[in-house]
Write a protein that binds this ligand. Sequence first.
Ligand SMILES: CC(C)(COP(=O)(O)OP(=O)(O)OC[C@H]1O[C@@H](n2cnc3c(N)ncnc32)[C@H](O)[C@@H]1OP(=O)(O)O)[C@@H](O)C(=O)NCCC(=O)NCCS
Length: 227
Amino acid sequence: MSILQSIRRDVRAALERDPAARSGLEVVLYYPGFHARQLHRVAHGLHSASVPLLPGLVSALNRFLTGIEIHPGAQIGEGLFIDHGMGVVIGETAEIGDDCHLTQGVTLGGTSNRREKRHPTLGQGVVVGAGAKLIGAITVGEHARIGAGAVVVTNVPAYATVVGVPGKVVAFYDPGNDTTVRLPDPEWDRIEELSQKVEELRAQVAALGAQLGEHRQAAATGHGSAS
Ligand SMILES: CC(C)(COP(=O)(O)OP(=O)(O)OC[C@H]1O[C@@H](n2cnc3c(N)ncnc32)[C@H](O)[C@@H]1OP(=O)(O)O)[C@@H](O)C(=O)NCCC(=O)NCCS
C-alpha cells in the first residue's frame, strides 16, 4: 500500500467511526488524531533510518500541536483512528494493529525500566475507551473492547469486553452468531446475596421487636391489674 493510500485509509477510518465527521476535508483540516498519525509517519521513518535527534523533535512537535504523544519507535498499523486525542500516550515498544480506535486520555504505557518490549500490543480492530490505561507488555486480542477508565495489566482475549480497575472481562462478542454473551459477575452476585440476607435479618429484627413490645405491654397490664 502506498503512503497516499495509507493516508486515505486513515481519513476513511475517521469518517466510518466518528458520526460527527461530515467530510474527509474536515478530518484533514482539524482532526488532531489524524494530524498526530501523519506526523508519527515522519518521526517513525526517521527513527527507522536511525537519524539522530530529529525523530524525537518531530514527536515533541506532534505533542505540542495535537496533545498526543507517540514515541517515534511505536509501530502503528493501517486505519488508526484517534478520537479527540488530547492526553493520548503511546510508548516506544507499543504495537497497534490495523483498524484500531483510541480515544482521549488513553495510555499504552510501560512498566519496566529496561530497554526491552515493555508496552502493549493491540491486535486488529481493538477499541480503547477514554482514559483507559493499558500497562506493560500485554497483548490485547483482535476486536477486543476496553471500557472507558479501565486499567488493564494482563492479556485480553480476542473479542472480549474489559471494564474496571483492574480490568476484568465482562463479556465476549461471538462473531459467528453476531451476539454478545455477558459473563456472570461473582462479586456482584455475592453482594446481591448479602443484601438479600440483610433484608431478611431486618424483617426478623422488626418482628422480634414487635413481639417484645407486645410482651412488655402484657407484662405492664398484668402488673397493673395485680396492684
Ligand atoms: C466497555 C464498553 C465498550 C461496553 O459497551 P457495551 O457493550 O455497550 O456494554 P454496556 O454499556 O451494555 O455495559 C455492559 C456492562 O459493563 C458496564 N460498563 C460499561 N462500560 C463500563 C466502563 N467503562 N467501566 C465500568 N463498567 C462499565 C455496564 O454498567 C454494564 O454492566 P451491567 O451488565 O452490570 O449492567 C463501553 O461501555 C465503553 O466504555 N466504551 C468507551 C466509550 C468512550 O470512551 N467514549 C468516549 C468517546 S469520546
